[in-house]
Ligand binder design. Structure first.
Ligand code: SF4
Length: 315
């Protein structure tokens, strides 16, 4: 059976991130931390640094919590129900691990499976209301053995054959049993409820350089967006642009504006840069020497900020 550690790690990485992006991260993580015990013993900052670029940092923090919980109990729980007691493991991930690593008859429903099943059964209730109906329909298809192989086959079918646009029904092994294909409505399913437009929040971010090229950084609060990550100091993010209130009076100049999209809002940050005045001692922040400052280890948003100080990028 596949190694539950690897199944779990790949499933957490794949939440909201594409296979193409995850590949290199997965290879690096499993080389550096080949077992759940290795990962559990790793330094938080090192793991968060390796995670940089995958986004949704709460996942990385839960990854560590989960690895430590598994080590504390001695092994991965083996049922879909027990797996959900671990941090960061919801119903989908639990079902995927239970089916793939432990051969439980668990029904795994991701976006690809949702599409295939809604078409096989011609379910035209809009998502997300249709989720329960789709899950129940998928449950009726899940075989008692090799449920993990079945789940992966359904996901692959959704990704490569039953595509959102122009599904390849002519070569689909399920076409003879597909209600949407029979009715000629495959491409219209699943029906999605109209999304609300995302609001935009505004803010300032301050990049302060020391005369010796060190850069002022802070560790963000553990809770909230980018929690526990390293970043540049800045204002709150609000609907109306907060006042310009840098960490110190200095030769501040605006070097750019960057745009970033989180799950629930767009963020437009005005980037300011200055050289620290002599004798400035930061509070709740620290100067990172040039030799220790690696922009690649920053979260994506902060990498954009750093790029804007170099290139004067405007969103
Ligand atoms: Fe999807 Fe077409 Fe196959 Fe139905 S027949 S499952 S719509 S690819």
């Amino acid at each position: 059976m596949p190694d539950p550690y690897r199944v779990w790690l790949s499933e957490i990485m794949l939440q909201q991130t594409t296979v193409a992006t995850v590949g290199a991260y997965f290879a690096r993580f499993t080389e550096r931390w080949p077992t759940v015990e290795d990962l559990a013993a790793a330094d938080d900052a090192v793991v968060l640094g390796e995670w940089a670029g995958l986004g949704y940092y709460a996942r990385a923090r839960n990854l560590l919590k989960c690895a430590r919980a598994v080590v504390a109990r001695g092994e991965f729980p083996q049922t879909c129900e027990d797996l959900q007691s671990l941090p960061g493991i919801g119903p989908y991930t639990a079902a995927a691990i239970a089916a793939i690593a432990f051969d439980e008859q668990a029904t795994v429903v991701d976006g690809n499976v949702e599409r295939v099943v809604s078409r096989l059964f011609a379910i035209d209730t809009p998502l997300p209301s249709a989720k329960g109906q789709i899950r129940e329909a998928a449950r009726t298809l899940t075989p008692p053995v090799r449920a993990g192989c079945f789940a992966q086959a359904m996901m692959d079918l959704g990704a490569t054959v039953c595509k959102s646009r122009k599904p390849l029904c002519d070569i689909c092994p399920l076409s003879a049993n597909c209600a949407a294909h029979a009715q000629g409505i495959a491409e219209t399913l699943p029906v999605k409820a109209k999304k609300k437009a995302k609001p935009t929040r505004l803010g300032h971010v301050y990049v302060l350089r020391h005369t010796n090229d060190a850069v002022l950084v802070e560790t963000r609060p553990q809770t909230g967006l980018l929690g526990g990550m390293t970043g540049f100091p800045g204002s709150d993010w609000a609907q109306d642009l907060p006042p310009f209130d840098p960490p110190v009076d200095a030769d501040w100049r605006q070097t750019g504006t960057i745009r970033h999209t989180f799950t629930h809002f767009h963020l437009l940050l005005t980037v300011h840069m200055a050289t620290a005045p002599k004798g400035f001692r930061p509070r709740n922040a620290r100067f990172l020497p040039k030799s220790a400052f690696d922009p690649e280890a920053l979260p994506t948003l902060m990498r954009k900020v750093w790029a804007a100080t170099k290139e004067g990028i405007h969103a």
